[in-house]
Design a protein around this ligand. Structure first.
Ligand SMILES: [Zn+2]
Ligand SMILES: [Zn+2]
Length: 354
């Protein structure tokens, strides 16, 4: 972060105004993982609740490493529209079938999130089978991240930042600015986790739902933009020591109203899917007794290793899409290392004793 703060002010401004942030924003990811914990049934909840801080804080690890780790970036999105008009329905659901049809290089180029979600669910199942506490936590928090990304409309299109329709910045506007302003009012009650029999298909269902919302995401902003004068569209806000250009509250409110709870619906769908997939992985692993793992604590060595790893991710940079690159630092400036927003522990309070 220190390295970032010495950058020229104008550069910071332009970065924030164009990109805002990425991938549901820092705090939305954290909130989704956190709230999913409260949806888990009794045999899982003690272990997950005990480690809720880990699951929350590490919800953005995949974004932290996307600039540093080769092969990481495509796991966060799928540009389904590059495959043609009805690709949403025609794309083979299974990885091997899709590779046979399009080659792995092509799939990697345009993103692999629905298959990654399926693969990570299987890895989580394996970690449960080994009763590997560290592995369970690491994989569960990563899986939560990819599921949340797969529920974001702008993670399902080549026009991911409105760059093809003159709406540059809309990525962060939808997934960061709107939740930042309005998510405290959202209803997060999604009920208890359910077993998911068709994991790969469900991973596609979130893409289908997200992509189906894309027309409104882009269309409403375009309409609004045409009606609003430029000086009312943006405003400046003080974030710590940094003055940032942001979409104004009034403009954001008008957009949110037009979207009619769409962001809330995608966040709720994310929370439910994360809980369902954690639970399903545990069931498919034979329902191991997680109470045996309640004494687990990351060792000093683990913590040191974690710290080193994060430093490495910050230092290394490989080429990835610009709206997704190097922005974690901005989120850390805006929201701190953990979100300042108030918690919604009540996501699953109804009848499940959480
Ligand atoms: Zn994003
Ligand atoms: Zn991501």
């Amino acid at each position: 972060m220190k390295r970032f703060l010495v950058l020229p002010f104008a550069f910071i401004l332009s970065l924030i105004s164009v990109c805002d942030t990425f991938a549901w924003g820092f705090f939305a990811h954290q909130r989704i993982n956190r709230l999913a914990v409260f949806c888990l049934p009794e045999p899982m909840s003690a272990f997950f609740k005990r480690n809720i801080v880990y699951l929350t804080e590490n919800a953005v690890n995949p974004d932290r490493r996307r600039n540093a780790v080769k092969g990481e970036a495509p796991k966060h999105f799928i540009d389904i529209d590059v495959y043609g008009d009805s690709a949403l329905w025609k794309m083979p659901r299974r990885w091997q079938d899709a590779v046979a049809k399009y080659t792995e290089d092509t799939l990697q180029e345009y993103g692999i999130v629905p298959w990654e979600v399926n693969r990570m669910k299987y890895s989580l199942q394996k970690a449960f089978e080994r009763k590997d506490a560290k592995g369970i936590l690491r994989i569960a928090s990563d899986l939560g991240h990819y599921i949340a990304d797969s529920n974001v409309p702008l993670h399902t299109t080549e026009n991911y930042n409105g760059q093809m329709t003159g709406q540059k910045g809309i990525h962060g506007f939808w997934e960061s600015r709107l939740p930042e302003l309005f998510s405290d009012k959202y209803d997060y009650f999604v009920g208890q986790a359910d077993y998911e029999k068709h994991v790969q298909q469900r991973a596609w269902n979130s893409i289908i739902a997200a992509h189906s919302a894309l027309d409104s995401v882009l269309g409403f902003e375009k309409k609004l933009n045409a009606e609003w004068p430029e000086d009312k569209k943006y405003s400046f806000e003080q974030r710590g020591n940094v003055t940032t250009q942001v979409y104004s509250r009034e403009y954001s409110k008008a957009y949110d109203k037009m979207l009619g709870n769409q962001v809330e619906r995608r966040m709720r769908a994310s929370i439910k899917q994360v809980a369902d997939f954690w639970y399903t992985a545990w069931v498919d692993a034979g329902q191991p007794n997680l109470d045996d793992l309640l004494d687990f604590k990351l060792s000093d060595e683990d913590l040191k290793e974690q710290e080193e790893e994060r430093k490495l991710w910050q230092q290394k940079t490989i080429n990835v899409r610009t709206e997704e690159s190097a922005m974690i630092t901005i989120d850390e400036i805006l929201f701190g290392s953990c979100c300042n927003h108030k918690d919604h522990r009540s996501a699953c309070k109804d009848g499940h004793g959480h």
